[in-house]
Design a protein around this ligand. Structure first.
Ligand code: IPM
Ligand code: MN
Length: 360
């Protein structure tokens, strides 16, 4: 019996989460697992009502769950940063979800803005470190509002953070790399950095990467790309990539680029992983206030997030079934992946996936 915490959150978060839960429910019946779901109302509305983001007690409560499914955080009436730092980043940090796993996979039937590229070409995974870098909160401001204002926000990493993320990435490449999946001759892990300018932080990453590779993962092919060049190759030659690993800030940026190449935010899912603790799964698209309540937003990213959750819980068969269902729906049923142009409503798309899981 799994205990799943559900945080539907803001904007379109609740609409897409409902569809993910619909599919989860059908998958549980079909594959014979049970779960209890408990909903939490953290988000913009609650903050505007009570001034509370994610209270410390809630973190302790969340520790008692097997996984967390999150919709979206972000509210047009709340200043930027408050909900993001107070809820999303707080959960990631306090629950020590030190890996942000973001597959970049083009599903059949989905249009990509990349010319002449298809599902075979766009099929890789970014492992974004999820606790350090400019997200660490180290920095400050002085003389604010004066012509001499000083602002510092530092990229901070220690060896421990770097090593644990790299180890996860190497192990991931061994298990899910292109060779492991029968799609290539090597399992390859590429470090994405900026060793030519960030000569402290990415030098640390680079040395840790090669030391660990030499000592523990000689079977994994290693590559290195500067982050700026990575952006070029993600557009021009995405087929080069297998598993990428990078720091928090670069990972944030390149995964939005990745998401648009896989057909947009309606399809991109991510997992905030603590391999020894509680992980949190989310569509990475945000709360999209302008579509809220219209029933037009694409729930497939939320459904894919639920599939990642199933995989992490060890329900591999159910996870594969949901992913197969999503591929069937993109290939054969949706007219477009974009909000309002799918040819179906949000809840009908959930029905299509649920139906397929049920029938196959
Ligand atoms: C993401 C988002 C968050 C991040 C924001 C909302 C804090 O952009 O999950 O990629 O920067 O990590
Ligand atoms: Mn982001």
């Amino acid at each position: 019996m799994y205990k799943i915490a559900v945080i539907p959150g803001d904007g379109t978060g609740p609409e897409v989460t409902r569809e993910a839960l619909k599919v989860l429910n059908v998958a549980a019946d079909k594959f014979g697992f049970q779960y209890e779901q408990i909903e939490f109302d953290f988000g913009g509305e609650r903050y505007l009502r009570t001034g509370e983001t994610l209270p410390d007690g809630a973190i302790d409560e969340l520790r008692g769950f097997n996984a967390i499914l999150l919709g979206a955080i972000g509210h047009p009436d709340v200043a930027p940063g408050i909900l993001e730092k107070g809820i999303l980043l707080k959960a990631r940090f306090e629950l020590d979800q030190y890996v942000n796993l973001r597959p970049v996979r083009l599903y059949p039937g989905v249009e990509t803005p990349l010319k002449n590229k298809g599902p075979k070409d766009i099929d890789y995974c970014v492992i974004r470190e999820n606790t350090g870098d400019q997200y660490s909160g180290v920095g400050g401001v002085s003389l604010k509002g004066t012509p001499h204002e000083v602002a510092v926000q530092s990229a901070v990493y220690n060896r421990f953070q770097v090593d644990r993320c790299l180890r996860y990435a190497f192990e991931y490449a061994r298990k899910y790399g292109k060779k492991a999946q029968g799609k290539g001759d090597h399992n390859t892990l590429a470090l994405v950095g900026k060793t030519n300018v960030l000569t402290y932080v990415y030098d640390l990453w680079d040395r840790a990467f090669h030391e660990m590779g030499d000592m523990e993962f000689p079977d994994i092919r290693r590559e290195y790309y500067h982050v700026d060049a990575t952006c070029m190759w993600m557009v021009k030659n995405p087929e080069w990539f297998d598993v990428l690993v990078t720091g928090n800030m670069f990972g944030d940026i390149i995964t939005d680029l990745g998401a648009i190449t896989q057909g947009g935010m309606g399809l991109a899912a991510g997992g905030n992983i603590n391999p020894e603790g509680v992980s949190m799964f989310e569509p990475i698209g945000g709360s999209t206030p302008k579509y809220t309540g219209k029933g037009v937003i694409n729930p497939l990213a939320a459904i894919c997030a639920a599939a990642m959750m199933l995989e992490t819980l060890g329900e591999q068969e159910a996870a594969t079934s949901v992913e197969t269902a999503v591929k069937f729906v993109t290939a054969n049923q949706l007219k477009s992946m974009d909000a309002g142009r799918m040819g179906y409503s949000t809840s009908e798309v959930g029905d299509l996936v649920a139906q397929y899981v049920n029938d196959h």
